[in-house]
Design a protein around this ligand. Structure first.
Ligand code: UD1
Length: 420
């Protein structure tokens, strides 16, 4: 196991580059199960979650070759069982369900289980695939599903907390090889769904409306291989924007898609951060004045992303005044409060919200990464804190941030990776 050691309190400056999107890469890799053709995908982030998905694809019969940021997937899916060991470590693995049903007409996929960010049900995934004519049941921790012939259908996929990204992805992939037309109402509108729709189109699927709440898919008999370049990771980009605001530095975030981050940027403007487009793909962040606090509530896209809630909380922790942070997507996603408080933050939980009283200074301390985005919040806190912060269990960071220590060192941070 490794830990991050951060010597905080330094001004940072320069350029930091965003990698390809993790959350778009996972369903796109899963979509390669739909074809016997060769898929070459570029700008894939080198991450633990990417390797997990590649391992899962291999276990399902595909040949996967990795070279730098390029992944080449060939061969045919010939096994319909997605094993517990691979699905339980990463919820994203559950999105092999749709393509296995589309390609093989059957799937046995381990239930992803809960995780530290809260209970994560799969009812919307089940509702969606069953609308396509799939017979499905739960048995010994697995979803057992079969449908010799999938049939297109109209369905409503809205849930209690809004739309579901991976349920939308699963239905899109299954419907791409179904007979007839599928209409998904209340589909997730996240940019990762747009990416998946573009990838499926490049494979020959007839799909429109991806990126809106109404997606229409006309099933094809067969899909082909294709080449595709992953777009920027909006959550990594958003993390860097928040980090630049927290360390009050002038930083150019390269390969960031401004339009994917409007809810965050609007909030950063409201608290006094100067954020602007710099050329086609870059965003510059500067802080010239004292920041003010502002409340947020997370929502599905285009609302404020739950995956940036913890990082924003770290910023509010050092912004004098009171702010209220509510997570409407994962109401229990607050494991980072205790760790931020270890560094001197003043945050308390009140039902589905966190009440943050901004302090003047955080202090370095040993802390524990509980999940991927909470770890990013601790890195931001460590960068602004006085003294030395040790972040344990950084395998969470390596699940979703490519070369984070190297990237931060490049803008002047003192971050070291050490063996535990
Ligand atoms: C994806 C992202 C994750 C992000 C989340 C919300 C990937 C690999 N992961 O996860 O980083 O935090 O979107 O933006 O892309 N829900 C149900 N029933 C279901 C499915 C979901 O009630 O069957 C609820 C969830 O509990 C949650 C909400 O819907 O309250 C949104 O979850 P969902 O969009 O499904 O998250 P994921 O797709 O798993």
């Amino acid at each position: 196991m490794e830990k991050f050691v951060i010597e905080g309190g330094r001004k940072l400056s320069g350029e930091i580059r965003v990698s390809g999107s993790k959350n778009a890469t996972l369903p796109i890799l899963a979509a390669t199960l739909l074809t016997d053709g060769i898929c070459e995908i570029r700008n894939v982030p080198k991450l633990r979650d990417t390797w997990t998905m590649c391992k899962l694809l291999r276990s399902l019969g595909k040949t996967v070759d990795l070279s730098g940021n390029k992944v080449r997937v060939s061969g045919s899916a010939n096994n319909h069982i997605a094993d517990y060991k691979l699905v339980s470590t990463m919820r994203g693995s559950f999105c092999v369900l749709g393509p296995l049903l589309g390609k093989l007409g059957k799937a046995k996929v381990s239930m992803p289980g809960g995780c530290v960010i809260g209970v994560r049900p799969v009812d919307l995934h089940m509702k969606g695939i069953m609308a396509l004519g799939v017979k499905a049941d739960f048995d010994a921790g697995y979803v057992m599903a079969h449908a010799p012939q999938l049939k297109g259908a109209q369905m409503y996929l809205g849930g209690t907390f809004g739309s579901s990204v991976l349920a939308t992805a699963n239905v899109m992939m299954a419907a791409s090889l179904a007979q007839g037309e599928t209409v998904i109402e209340s589909a997730a509108c996240e940019p990762e769904i747009e990416d998946l729709g573009d990838f499926l189109s490049a494979m020959g699927a007839k799909i429109e409306g991806h990126g809106t709440p109404r997606i229409i898919i006309n099933g094809a008999r067969k899909l082909n291989g294709t080449n595709y370049k992953m777009g920027a990771d909006r959550i990594e980009a958003g993390t860097f924007l928040i980090m630049a605001a927290a360390v009050k530095s002038d930083i150019l975030v390269q390969d960031a898609n401004y339009n994917h981050l409007l809810a965050l940027i609007d909030k950063l403007h409201a608290i006094g951060v100067d954020v602007r487009k710099a050329g086609n793909n870059d965003v510059r962040v500067k802080v010239k004045k004292t920041l003010r606090p502002a409340n947020i509530a997370t929502h599905p896209h285009p609302g404020f992303p739950t995956d940036l809630q913890a990082q924003y909380m770290a910023l509010m922790a050092i912004t004098p005044g009171v702010s209220i942070i509510t997570d409407r997507v994962f109401p229990d996603r607050f494991m980072h409060i205790a760790e931020l408080n270890r560094m001197g933050a003043q945050i308390r939980r009140d039902a589905g919200s966190a009440i943050v009283e901004g302090v003047k200074q955080l202090y370095g301390a040993p802390v524990m990464a509980s999940d991927l985005r909470a770890s990013a919040a601790l890195v931001i806190a460590g960068l602004v804190a006085k003294g030395r912060t040790e972040i344990h269990r950084i395998y969470h960071i390596d699940r979703g941030y490519e070369d984070l220590d190297r990237k931060l060192t490049g803008i002047g941070a003192k971050v070291f990776r050490e063996k535990e």
